[in-house]
Design a protein around this ligand. Structure first.
Ligand SMILES: Cc1ncc(COP(=O)(O)O)c(C=O)c1O
Length: 354
């Protein structure tokens, strides 16, 4: 069924292996992020085949789907108070910054007679999650250490998400120093120093990763083969593992300028147009409800996306290679935003190509 997203399994295993090897050479374990494909176990299997130790997701419902894998599961989003039972049941480790929530996790773990590990998150300036004041990180760590069923497993940071702050030897050394101070205070070593996401990868090449950072949580770097600090491709990885395939439902020659007074488009924006005369246009049966943004790129760079409404994507194919007819399929590479939306859309078939 079209539209579909094709997932090239061997390429995904390759990217996982390349990053796993790269990280391992620096003493780092990877938590491979499954949210980009809604935690579908058949796709997560590629991470496991690629040799990663941890599986990570921001949604407990996705971690629940991954229970068949023996790999420790990490919950990336700070837990909701209303989900603590599911968190301690389906996640082995969760990232946390609110003591109230950690206490609730403790209570629930106690009730179930289990232990739950947490990574205490510090905010080093990106201003999404994490405890901002160093003193408060220390106080938090001390309190957590005293809880009966919560294990302070490590310390972590998230960067380049809200504020666009790039991981650097300077800010990650602050994390390292905070972790060391906590170790001194509690009299034992912390298992994990979790140094961020795909934006931290470049520090491995520049030899800027502080020594104690031994954990990274990677999504984009594996699935798209790009690091997210500067948007560079990662050597020996594929950038076309996930491709959208959509079908032509109309092919016509039409003027590039609409005829009539211009009001608003389907999403309340006022569009503008250039007069390029008569152009050959294809309408594809996929739309903003599926792709979210315009983060899709025709493989044939001579095709141009003109616009999209909820269920239609309009292309200018005047300069495209080859002849087209109704029913033909057109392929696209994706950026992260479109990948998330396409994988989440129930209108899009997910096809793993082995
Ligand atoms: C806390 C946290 N860590 C890591 C990641 C992975 O980010 P990236 O896809 O940039 O590697 C995410 C988002 O998916 C996240 O929310």
């Amino acid at each position: 069924m079209n539209p579909r997203i094709e997932i090239n399994y061997p390429k995904l295993v390759n990217n996982t292996r390349v990053l796993q090897k790269k990280a391992k050479e620096h003493g780092i374990e990877i938590a491979a992020v499954t949210k980009c494909f809604c935690g579908i176990p058949e796709i997560a299997q590629a991470y496991v085949d690629g040799g990663v130790k941890y599986l990570a997701d921001s949604r407990v419902s996705n971690l629940k789907k991954l229970q068949k894998f023996p790999n420790p599961k990490v919950l990336l989003r700070i837990p909701m108070l209303s989900e603590v039972q599911e968190v301690v049941t389906y996640a082995d480790i969760s990232l946390n910054s609110e003591l109230e929530t950690i206490r609730a996790l403790n209570k629930e773990a106690q009730r179930l007679g289990i232990n739950h590990k947490i990574i205490l998150m510090a905010d080093l300036g990106d201003l999404r999650e994490g405890i901002f004041e160093e003193e408060e990180v220390m106080q938090g760590a001390k309190e957590v250490e005293g809880l009966s069923n919560i294990i302070l497993h490590g310390i972590g940071v998230n960067l380049t998400c809200y504020g666009g702050v790039i991981p650097s030897p300077k800010n990650l050394s602050r994390l390292e120093a905070m972790g060391k101070a906590i170790e001194k205070e509690i009299g034992r070593t912390l298992e994990l120093f979790s140094g961020g996401n795909s934006s931290s990868i470049y520090l491995l090449d520049t030899k800027g990763m502080p020594e104690r950072i031994n954990h990274l949580r990677l999504g984009e770097a594996i699935v798209l083969g790009t690091e997210s600090a500067y948007g560079e491709k990662i050597e020996n990885t594929h950038q076309d593992i996930f491709q959208l395939v959509a079908e032509v439902i109309e092919l016509k020659e039409k003027p590039s300028m609409p005829i009539g007074d211009i009001g608003m488009d389907a999403f309340g924006n006022t569009p503008s147009f250039e007069d390029e005369g008569i152009r050959r246009r294809a309408i594809l049966a996929v739309g903003r409800q599926d792709i979210g943004s315009y983060d899709v790129f025709p493989i044939d760079a001579n095709m141009k996306i003109l616009g999209a409404s909820s269920d239609h994507l309009i292309l200018d194919i005047t300069d495209a290679k080859g002849d087209f007819k109704v029913g033909d399929e057109i392929r696209f590479n994706l950026r992260y935003g479109a990948l998330l939306s396409l994988m989440t859309s129930e209108y899009v078939t997910k096809k793993i190509v082995y």
